[in-house]
Design a protein around this ligand. Structure first.
Ligand code: ZN
Ligand code: ZN
Length: 344
């Protein structure tokens, strides 16, 4: 039997190919994909034609998905055909010093899973062991498929170590900035969001932002943004979800003494920022990088989705059949949509 798989072949070049449905080998699962979701990373790899850590062309791609177990390989127990599962897009080794310290996102042998834009996907053994989660029937597939970005965001918020009812400023109201907003608001924090796009700020309000600020693209507005904090002295925490170096720099000027700056958005390779050393020193700022997710934050994120602690559905702007994936990626590039549900 054949199925359809989307291949990334080069910059802005994808192709839907027919190939035999893979057979699950020892320790593996075959999953029928019911919903996949487009992500900013997909847009980046589509534009660049690959990713230095995750993808070398030609390759199947797409990494946010949920589906049903079609078949278990030899030696796999505990799964029945029809079980609803979501699989995180990475699997740590479980043996290195980072894994042992509970910092699996820094694992020296982190493996990535790609190939969500297809009818079926074979789940490798390590992913079956560490990254596959069953979920209940009342959680829609397209919401379960948001597990990966939500787990990253939970990891990022966790890294800020906020006190109760903290004041946070989120830069960027793209999908990640909006998820950060939803998680912070659900945690009882007071969130302000800055973005140039008024429609996206509208969604931020729906997801729980108390304040939204329309800013020009780029930077230079730290002084104005600081005035949106309760006493004008700055935020307890500023989180960048833009990946723009100038914004990273701005974020440092937006927090109060003792505040935390979380550099969540990855900037283009080889970029640098400069720091006001006196500000960092005398105000005892904490500057924190955050990358990816850990098994603990994946479990936490699934729990939040299952318990409906937050409703991420405003992020899903549209739905397309698998054959229209390219249109979905292009409308993401044009910032006409946040995330798109892709149905096989
Ligand atoms: Zn993603
Ligand atoms: Zn490891």
């Amino acid at each position: 039997m054949n199925h359809r798989v989307t291949y990334l072949l080069g910059p802005e070049h994808i192709e839907l190919r027919e190939e035999p449905v893979p057979l699950p080998r020892e320790g593996e699962l075959l999953v029928r994909i019911r919903a996949a979701i487009t992500c900013g990373t997909d847009v980046k790899v589509f534009r660049r034609g690959g990713h230095p850590r995750m993808l070398q062309v030609p390759t199947p791609f797409g990494h946010e998905f949920a589906g049903t177990v079609e078949e278990s390989g030899p030696g796999v127990t505990g799964y029945e055909p029809g079980d609803r599962v979501v699989v995180a897009n990475s699997a740590p080794c479980g043996r290195c010093a980072y894994c042992e310290a509970g910092r699996e996102n820094l694992c020296r042998d982190l493996q990535y899973l790609n190939g969500a834009f297809a009818d079926y996907i074979r789940i490798p053994e390590r992913f079956v062991r560490t990254s596959t989660h069953r979920f209940d029937g009342d959680l829609p597939y397209e919401v379960a498929a948001l597990l990966e970005p939500l787990a990253c965001v939970v990891h990022g918020v966790d890294a800020c170590k906020l006190g109760d009812g903290a004041e946070a400023l989120v830069y960027g109201a793209g999908p990640i900035g909006l998820l950060l907003t939803a998680v912070l608001a659900a945690g009882g924090h007071r969130v302000a969001v800055a973005d140039p796009n008024p429609q996206r700020l509208e969604v931020a309000r729906v997801l729980g932002a108390r304040e939204t600020v329309e800013v020009s693209r780029g930077s230079g507005e730290a002084g104005r943004l600081r005035t949106y904090s309760r006493d004008g002295d700055g935020f307890d925490c500023a989180i960048d979800a833009t990946g723009v170096p100038e914004v990273w720099q701005d974020a440092v000027s937006c927090v109060r003494p003792g505040g935390v700056v979380n550099f969540f958005g990855g900037c283009p390779p080889a970029t640098r920022i400069s720091l006001d050393t006196a500000l960092v020193h005398y105000n005892e700022l904490t500057l924190k990088g955050a990358y990816h997710h850990r098994p603990a934050t994946v479990s936490q994120a699934l729990d939040m989705l299952s318990r409906k602690t937050l409703d991420p559905r405003p992020l899903l702007s549209a739905e397309v059949p698998l054959e229209n994936l390219e249109n979905a990626l292009r409308s993401m590039m044009a910032k006409e949509v946040l995330k798109v549900v892709v149905r096989p």
